[in-house]
Design a protein around this ligand. Structure first.
Ligand code: 5RP
Length: 228
């Protein structure tokens, strides 16, 4: 028998929070992948009626292919529930996101969501943000070198993200600077304010006070749900 996949356990469990007639934010990544699979099953088998708001081109493609009805932000003032992944989450439910490059759309969607459910495996739980994963920062191409210099003055060690030897470009046509912090992120709130004052910096992967429910899948097959 194969070992249970924590991502699959968390992703599928979170889909059970979705109720009929909800507008649902659809996050991005390999854990949310399983949420989409389960939601598609529920749409097909239970005739669940939802409107999904995808946070990336990848999620939009999967949702369309698997029959999850979609809408856009143009027609959506408030989202009932969003399900998304995280790269790190601490005890206060503050997060680092953007490993998959979708941080900008994910944060816009989170900002108008009544409830944000985060799906992770146990390796994403941290005591201090920035201790296991670099903080992704989305920048306009024109300003990336200027932003990079400013980030260094804040103690960050930025690296321009590449994929298969080429500069990585987000769904919005921007670049990503992955920022390491030698001793982790001491004060996430203060860093968020500092980052918001850098021209050319579009958005950071710091998600402060945006998560409400945490679903943790375990390799034992167990699933734990924590509420803020
Ligand atoms: C994408 C994200 C993802 O939610 C995050 O990277 C987690 O991904 P995964 O579930 O594949 O580990 O922020 O921008």
């Amino acid at each position: 028998m194969s070992t249970p996949n924590p991502k699959e356990i968390a992703g599928r469990r979170a889909a059970e929070f979705v109720e009929d007639d909800m507008t649902v934010g659809l996050g991005t990544g390999s854990t949310v992948h399983f949420t989409l699979v389960r939601l598609a099953e529920r749409v097909r088998d239970e005739r669940l009626r939802i409107r999904g708001v995808p946070t990336s081109i990848d999620t939009e493609r999967k949702a369309r292919e698997w029959g999850i009805p979609l809408t856009t932000l143009d027609d959506t003032a408030t989202i009932d529930l969003t399900i998304d992944g995280a790269d790190e989450i601490d005890d206060a439910f503050q997060m680092v996101k953007g490993g998959g490059g979708a941080l900008l759309r994910e944060k816009v969607v989170a900002s108008i969501s009544r409830r944000e459910v985060i799906v992770v495996g146990p390796e994403k739980l941290v005591k201090k943000l920035g201790s296991t994963f670099p903080l992704p920062i989305e920048v306009v191409p024109f300003a990336h070198a200027t932003v990079e210099r400013r980030l260094r003055t804040l103690g960050a060690l930025p690296t321009l993200r590449t994929r298969e030897g080429r500069t990585y470009t987000t769904d919005n046509g921007n670049l990503i600077l992955d920022c390491r912090f030698e001793h982790g992120i001491a004060d996430p709130h203060a860093l968020e304010s500092d980052l918001a004052r850098i021209p050319g910096l579009v958005e950071s992967g710091l998600f402060i006070d945006l998560a409400h429910i945490l679903v943790i899948g375990h390799p034992t097959g167990e699933c734990h749900v924590r509420k803020k």
